[in-house]
Design a protein around this ligand. Structure first.
Ligand code: PLP
Length: 402
């Protein structure tokens, strides 16, 4: 089987299992306990936090371990919006890009439905990019006339200042990479904290938060060889944010609950490994991905690349194959030993075209033919050659069968 679905998840690396194993077995202490076992656990947690802080160029106290990317996104968006509005009631708006993951879209919708925020959606161009000038205009606007989130009722706009904005670093469906530094500069000039979902960027793009200029950044372990169920939120020191989980005050009060030491150790190990491999892995996989894209577009004349042709994740190639159905090509490819993902995998219903592709202006029937191919860092040229050959045959068969 050739696994071309690494953006969905990756296996846990052996070194990561070895690093976390002691904290599931003989070193099982609770980091809050005042005895040797507890202190060993607290030291391991601190070391893991330090590893992550080094990868992000952050201070360890700026990091909160979470249960994954979804929780990190929720904590960033809701936590910052609620805390800032509590301090200044005029901060009643939240801006999110039109291509966010459901973890951000649904968090924003929660803020709208339950807390009365106005949610404004920053449009993207046909390649999935947010224009910094459009973003600047929306940060400055009073609220009237801006886009509205799915489900927002007309006329519900309240206006007011922006409590928080969120634009993802790299898109999970089409791989488009935003110019985060430019967007951060715009947000900073407007005095608005910018959060970025970097779940897909980790291991492929630089995560240095100072250079990116973001106020907050989320990531997830299972995209980089750590287990599912662990993630991280960076929030710049001095930024107001409310915890979502209350209790014993762990994680400096940002997330109560006994810390998952083993998973934090796993994330620290995986992130350190991913960062040290990143420069060579990104270069090698970018070249392979470009070759794969060229072959697919040459051999399947009807294929349409989705996302940006060059500003994209090293490991994500995505296409629409008009005249087919994404699901049927996916199944045909699996029969041929190739595993990938259909563009609509994350949408609510099987027939719902991807909101990301819709936001990029891809027509509904075309969006339903989307497939994403995403590669792990050990992908080989021969695997991608075989995949391109099988893909061309699968699409040809589906077009023939109608
Ligand atoms: N954000 C993006 C861009 C993602 O691709 C994902 C997962 O696929 C998430 C957030 C959610 O992360 P997790 O699965 O760790 O909750």
């Amino acid at each position: 089987m050739i696994f071309l679905d690494a953006a969905a998840t990756t296996p846990v690396r052996r070194e990561v299992i070895e690093a976390m194993f002691p904290f599931l077995t003989n070193q099982f202490g609770n980091p809050s306990s005042h005895h040797e076992l507890g202190e060993a656990a607290a030291a391991a947690l601190a070391a893991a936090r330090e590893q992550c802080a080094t990868a992000l160029g952050a201070h360890p106290e700026e990091l909160t371990f979470t249960s994954g990317g979804t929780e990190a996104d929720n904590l960033a968006l809701k936590g910052i919006a609620l805390a800032r509005r509590a301090a200044d009631p005029s901060l009643n708006r939240v801006l999110i890009s039109a291509v966010e993951h459901p973890a951000i879209v649904e968090s924003a919708d929660h803020l709208r439905r339950i807390h009365g925020f106005e949610v404004c959606v920053v449009p993207v161009d046909a390649q999935g990019l947010v224009d910094p000038d459009v973003f600047a205009g929306m940060l400055a606007a009073s609220g009237a006339g801006s886009g509205s989130a799915a489900g927002e009722q007309d006329g519900a706009a309240a206006g007011g200042g922006v409590a928080v904005a969120s634009v993802m670093y790299a898109n999970n469906e089409v791989g488009t990479v935003q110019d985060l530094s430019a967007l951060s500069a715009v947000a900073a000039a407007a005095g608005v904290p910018l959060h970025s979902d970097a779940v897909q960027a980790a291991g492929w793009l630089p995560l240095d938060v100072a250079r990116l200029g973001v106020t907050a950044l989320s990531m997830s372990g299972h995209k980089i060889g750590a287990p599912k169920g662990v993630g991280l939120l960076y929030v710049r020191g001095g930024t107001l944010y409310e915890p979502l989980i209350h209790g014993g005050g762990q994680e400096r009060g940002t997330r109560s609950g006994t810390e998952n030491v083993a998973f934090a150790v796993a994330l620290g190990t995986a992130l350190a490994m991913a960062e040290s491999a990143r420069p060579s892995a990104a270069g090698r996989v970018t070249a392979l991905r470009e070759g794969f894209m060229r072959r697919v577009l040459a051999e399947i004349p009807t294929a349409q690349l989705t996302g940006h042709p060059t500003r994209r994740l090293p490991n994500v190639a995505s296409f629409c194959f008009p005249g087919t159905s994404g699901e049927s090509v996916l199944l045909e490819l699996e029969r041929r030993g190739i595993v990938c993902s259909s563009g609509s995998a994350c949408a609510a219903g099987a027939d719902e075209p991807s909101a990301v592709l819709s936001a990029m202006g891809v027509e509904r029937t075309v969006a339903q033919t989307a497939l994403r191919f995403s590669f792990a860092s050990d992908i080989t040229a021969s695997e991608l050659d075989a995949a391109a050959t099988e893909l061309a045959a699968a699409v040809e068969r589906m077009l023939r069968l109608g």
